[in-house]
Structures are given as C-alpha cells and as structure tokens.
Ligand binder design. Structure first.
Ligand SMILES: NC(=O)CC[C@H](N)C(=O)O
Length: 728
C-alpha cells in the first residue's frame, strides 16, 4: 500500500476523537466574551461617550474625533487586557472571503522604550492596496490606493488562534476614488434605504414606528471530509469540489443520514465550533446531519442583517480553523459531489420595527393584517418585477452546479406562499369584493381576517427559490459559499424601491379623496393581480413548470455569465443609483468582477482536470491495461482458444478506448481554453468558458467514472467517493 489514497484511508482509520476543553461555565457565561459589545463599552467608556456612541449606532448622532479617541482607547484597553497583541481592519472584499492585515499594538517610542499604541486614526481608517483585490478596473496597479473604514454598527472582536489573539475591527472597503470594493458598503446602504422606505409606509399604520431593520437568519450547510482524504484529492484541494468520481453504490437513497445521530468525531467538531462561535457572540443554536452523507448544517438565531452577515463570514473562518483541529476539512462549495445534495445558505429575511413588530407576521386585527399584507404583497411584487436581479444575486460558477436538483431550487425565480396565504391573496384580489367595498365601514366585508399563523401553517417546498415560511421569507436559492450580502443587498434594494412606489400610489389616491385603508387596499389588490405570475406552489423540478414559467414570461437563465447581464441593464443601474446603493461605475465594475471570477474558476477546474487525467488517472489505467495485455498475451502463448479470454480482451479494448477518450477530450478542452483566453471581451470570454470549455467536464467525468469502476482498485490513485463520504 504505497499510494497516497491508501495511506490516507489508513490515517483516517487510526484517528481518535479530539476533545478540546470547553470554556468554563455555562454557555451564557462565555457568550460574547471575545466581543467588545454594548456591556463592555459601558464599562470602558465615560458615560457621555457611551451614550453618544449608542446614538451614533442608531444613526441619530455622528462619531466625532473626540468620541473616536475615547473609543479607540477603550477598545485598546479591553483588547490588551484580554491578551491581544495585534489589531486589524476586517473587511469583505469581492473575493468572497474576508481580508485582514495585522499591525502590532507594540511601538517603540523615541526613547527606545516600547509602548502599546492604538489611535483613533488606526480605528477609523486604514489603507490596503486596492489594486490587489478584485476591483473591476476601478484601481490600476499604478494607482492602487484603497481605504478601509470602521463600521461602528458591528462590534470589534478578538480572533483567537493558537498563535495569539488579534483585535478585528469590521470595516467597509473603498477605493481612493470613493467607490465600494466590498460587500459591506452597499449592504449598509441598502439596509438604510429599506429602513427609510419601510418606515415611511409604516406611518400609515403607526406613528410610533421610527425605524425598520432588516433581520436575517442564515442556515449554513456544509460537508466535512477527513483532512488526509482531502489532501489526496487534488480537485478538492484546488477547487473545493470533486471533478470526477463514481458515486458510491450507497449514497443518500436510504435517507438514513438526515437528522441521524451525529458521528462522534463530527460532534466533537460541532461542540468546539459552537463554543468558539458563542465566545464571538454568534448565537449558534441548531446543529444536525443534512441529507447527503457527510453533510451537516448549523444555524444561528436571526439577528440584525449587517451583524448576521458579519457573523456568517466569521463563522466560515472559524469553521475552517476548528475543523483543522479535528483533522477535518470543511467543504462549503455548493456541490462538492455530483448526484447527491448540494449545500445552500438559506437566508431567512424579515423586517422588524423599532416597536418590536415583525412586519411579515400576520397579525390578529384587520389593521395589523393590512400592514402585514402591505409588506407581504410589496415583497412579492418586488421579486416579480426584479426576478432577474434576484437570479443574478445568487449566480456563481459553483451555485450553477447546485440549482435545479437534489432539493435545491431551480434557476427560475418564483415565490411559494403556501395554501392558506394563497387563499387570502385570492380573496383580496376578487373583483366581487372590489365592487362591494364602497365605504371604509364595509372595507373588510368578504375579506377574511387572516388567522394567526403558526410557523408550520405553511407547507415546505424545497424546490422554491423564495418561500414564505409563516413570518419571514426564506431565500433558498442562495449558495453555501456565497457572501449573502450580495443577495440581501438586492432584496433590500428591490423591496425599498417597491415600497417607495407603493407609497406614491397610495398617497395619490388619498389626495384624490380615497380613504386611507381603502387606498392601501386598492393598491395592494392591484399588485396581487400584477404579480400573480411569480407565485408558484408546485414542483419546481418538473418539465411542466419550465414550460409554464416560460408562458408566464419568467426567465430561466441556467448559467452565470448570462444571468449576470441584468446588472448592467439600465433599469438595474438606475434602481441602485436612485437608492444610493451603487453608482453606475460600481455596478459595471461588479459585473466585470463577477464575470472574471466565473471564468477563472472554470479555468482552474479545467487545468486541474488536465493535470489529474494526464499525470494520475491515465498512467494508473495504463499500468493496469498493460497487465491485462500481458495476461492476454500469456494466455495466447500457452495456446488457449480465444473464447476462453474474450472477456479480458473486451476489457482491454474498453479500458484502452476509455483512456483514449479522456486523453482526447482533455486535449480538446485545452485547445478550447486557449481560444477562450484570447477573447478580449470579458463577457464573451466567460460565455466561451461556459459553453466551450465547461461542456467537456461532464464528458470527461463520465469516462473517468467508467474507468474507475473497472481499473484494479489497488491501482486507483485517488480516494473514491465512497471513501470521501463514508470512511470516518
Ligand atoms: N433539507 C434541505 O432543506 C436541503 C436543502 C439543500 N441542501 C439545498 O441545497 O438547498
């Protein structure tokens, strides 16, 4: 056993569960211990500074120089008292991961004596090199400057590794010329646009509503694979997914993994992860086995959206770190293995007022029901009007593999509202009611009082990309590896835009003398009619739905390069511009960045396939083929009749032709790659990678998988799927 594959399997079999000592006390006693949150601010800041900071976070005050000095000193004292040696601005560039550059607090002064220093300047602003991050042409190497700027609405935290502790300050990331080069800046702007638009609409119902915040609960699905097996698969190592591999005879068909008992080593990882997350104030609450073998999920409580997204990004960081302690690798790719479930990052979105009302929770009285209906129907209308933007917001090379199969929604954006609310919408829409409603006193005649809905009052539809689940919408199409700021910025923006339009229409009716509730109802009714096409309760995987969706005028864009087109459509550019979320230059740059990331990912996968086929799989198969040839020759030499070794001969022929296929296809793919690389226009290049290069992937995979099933198992050089999925 001298190949990497068997060494890896042996290593896994000898692994012991690793118990990391849990922090002392109950989870509630160490929750948030590594975060400079409200309570610690109160302890470390003078009273007036503390109050001013709270006001600033609420948007009612600004952080001036003096306040920033106070805060930087408070954060420094706390961080150093807790063992931090370095600090960093922590930001989310358009790479999809987080970025950090550490500076020591330590600084020698002019007398040669060292002190620990952290100024307001260091807190507020830093200058990373913007040209080395994706920037869509906004920054050149010779004009590289960019800025990170402190986000006081997301608390600083200590990131702990075996090597020490670093103070992390969540920041936005901008170019020197002011354009956003990250996910957070547009997200914050979209949150504030939505706050303004939703608060304005709330005034129809309650004057005490002065703020509406978007809340988000993020379910994170992932796979775990043993570190040794992972390292023995160059495709997993370099692309995060398996590019070939015959599906294990037993996969997920017995449904025996979902919610099953959690394997011991995995449980030790989960407990460790939860403790680390809780220390960082991430309210992780749920853990379970997902549907596919070796697939799992964790989910925190919902939080204010900006914080929820920071926490999800941070969670991905600590998952990676904690997994290594347990000799696992976390796979957050949307489809690490073909033919079994992929991983999503379901985004549970809602709107909460400063008075504590969930605007997407149907109420008990007609008045609160009307408020619910207004927000519910406007969200549906927004998604109907901008379904292509929603599709674009979840588009990536990796999510393309997931959409449309194995419990992941298809690429057609539709909304599932459940039977009960469908009935309510139908009844509100009925023209009969419109005729009856003449006066406010008769307003509710014929319209049911929406019953108080329990969470399980709507069914679940795993094929729906955007499903109402009782008191929130669940954007299920979002992929597990994405920074969901991308989809949430779009959702916030389109709903904000829709609410603004709604208010204009309602105000117009009121100005003409229509009573307020009736005006609201009339516009709601109109929207229900207009947006009907987006509502779909059936099976999103069926051929009938594709046909029906086309009839309804819904788009069905299956791959990323074309799905992204909508970002540069005038309507989208103006939408983001008018809400102050992205200017034209930023929209265009983002489009380019996404296209670039798309084709580069396919390019890397194509190269990895080439390398593995040429240097690992073809040679291993040829070695076995030669043995077979020797065998056949020997049998012939000793004078056996041909019929007695015809199967071996067949095998020789099959293996030889499969080897020939994979070598030929790999070479043809290389030629297509060369052609694609010469295409100047980035959109055309991305399309060429999709349509000319990627098409070879499945073909090559198919032939490799055939080979894998007939080549001598002891010669197959890389771990098989049954080992990746089941050897623990
Ligand atoms: N149980 C589930 O909800 C499965 C969801 C599925 N893994 C997805 O890709 O979204």
């Amino acid at each position: 056993m001298n190949n990497l594959r068997f060494d890896a399997v042996e290593t896994v079999l000898s692994r012991q569960k690793i118990d990391i000592p849990a922090p002392k006390g109950k989870p509630s006693s160490f929750y948030g211990q590594n975060v400079f949150g409200i309570k610690k601010m109160k302890d470390y800041l003078p009273k007036y500074a503390y109050e001013k900071l709270l006001n600033a976070v609420e948007g009612a005050d600004v952080i001036d120089r003096e306040l920033a000095e106070h805060i930087s000193q408070a954060i420094k004292s706390w961080a150093i008292a807790n063992g931090a040696t370095h600090y960093t601005h922590w930001f989310q560039p358009l790479t999809g991961s987080t970025a950090e550059k550490h500076d020591a607090f330590f600084e020698p002064d002019s007398d040669g004596v060292a002190i620990e220093k952290f100024t307001a300047d260091a807190l507020i602003q830093q200058e990373p090199d913007a040209s080395s991050f994706p920037n869509g042409g906004i920054r050149n190497t010779f004009e590289a400057r960019g800025y990170t700027g402190w986000d006081p609405t997301s608390p600083a935290f200590l990131f702990e590794t075996a090597a020490g502790k670093t103070l992390c300050i969540p920041t936005v990331f901008l170019s020197y010329t002011g354009e956003a080069l990250d996910y957070k800046a547009p997200l914050l702007k979209s949150i504030s646009a939505l706050d303004k638009a939703a608060t304005d609409v709330c005034q129809y119902f309650s004057k005490s509503i002065t703020r509406v915040s978007a809340s988000l609960g993020i379910e994170q699905e992932y796979f775990l694979v043993d570190l040794s097996l992972f390292n023995a698969r160059p495709d997993l190592l370099l692309t995060g997914r398996t590019l070939f591999g015959h599906m294990s005879a037993k996969g997920q068909q017995l449904d025996d993994h979902y919610f099953g008992s959690i394997p011991e080593r995995v449980m030790a990882f989960m407990v460790d992860l939860e403790n680390e997350a809780l220390k960082l104030g991430i309210p992780l609450k749920t853990r379970h086995n997902e549907v596919a073998p070796s697939q799992f999920e964790c989910a925190p409580m919902y939080e204010e959206m900006n914080l929820a997204i920071d926490h999800n990004q941070l969670l991905l960081n600590i998952m990676e770190q904690v997994a290594l302690r347990h000799k696992f690798k976390v796979l957050i790719h949307e489809k690490p293995y073909a033919d079994i479930n992929g991983s999503g990052k379901h985004n549970n979105w809602s709107l909460i007022t400063n008075t504590g009302v969930n605007l997407l929770s149907p109420g008990k009285t007609p008045k609160t029901n009307l408020m619910f209906l207004a927000f519910f129907v406007n969200t549906i209308k927004a998604v109907y009007e901008h379904s292509e933007l929603m599709r674009a917001s979840i588009a990536s090379a990796s999510n393309d593999h997931r959409l449309g199969a194995n419990e992941a929604p298809p690429a057609i954006i539709s909304i599932f509202v459940g039977g009960q609310l469908s009935d309510v919408l139908d009844q509100v829409e009925t023209p009969r009611i419109a005729k009856i409603v003449k006066a406010e006193s008769m307003l509710w005649h014929g319209i049911p009082k929406i019953p108080e809905l329990n969470l399980d009052n709507t069914d679940r539809n795993r094929t729906s990309p955007f499903a109402f689940t009782g008191n929130k919408f669940e954007f299920r199409a979002v992929g597990s590896s994405s920074n969901c700021a991308s989809s949430m910025t779009v959702l916030n923006a389109i709903v904000a835009d829709q609410l603004i339009k709604f208010k204009i229409e309602v105000d117009k009716l009121i100005a003409k003398g229509t009573k307020k509730d009736l005006a609201l109802l009339n516009v709601i009714r109109k929207y229900i009619k207009q947006s009907k096409a987006i509502r779909f309760e059936g099976n999103g995987y069926s051929k009938e739905w594709e046909i029906e969706a086309e009839k309804r005028g819904l788009s069905n864009i299956k791959t990323t390069p074309k799905a992204l087109d909508i970002y540069t459509d005038e309507i989208s550019i103006k939408l983001f511009e008018s809400l102050g979320i992205l200017n034209r230059r930023e929209s265009i740059a983002r489009h380019e960045i996404l296209l670039e990331s798309y084709y580069k990912k396919i390019q890397i996968e194509a190269r990895v396939i080439g390398e593995i086929v040429n240097s690992m799989l073809a040679p291993a198969s040829i070695t076995y083929l030669n043995e077979l040839v020797e065998n056949v020759k020997g049998l012939k030499d000793i004078g056996l009749p041909k019929e007695s070794y015809s199967s071996q001969l067949n095998l020789v022929e099959r293996i030889s032709s499969l080897i020939n296929n994979i070598l030929e296809d790999t070479e043809a793919m290389r030629q297509e790659r060369k052609k694609a690389n010469n295409i100047e226009d980035i959109r055309e290049r991305a399309i060429a990678y999709d349509e000319k290069v990627k098409v070879y992937f499945d073909q090559i995979r198919y032939h490799i998988n055939k080979l894998e099933q007939i080549v001598d198992d002891s010669k197959w050089p890389v771990p098989k799927l049954r080992e990746l999925l089941f050897v623990k």
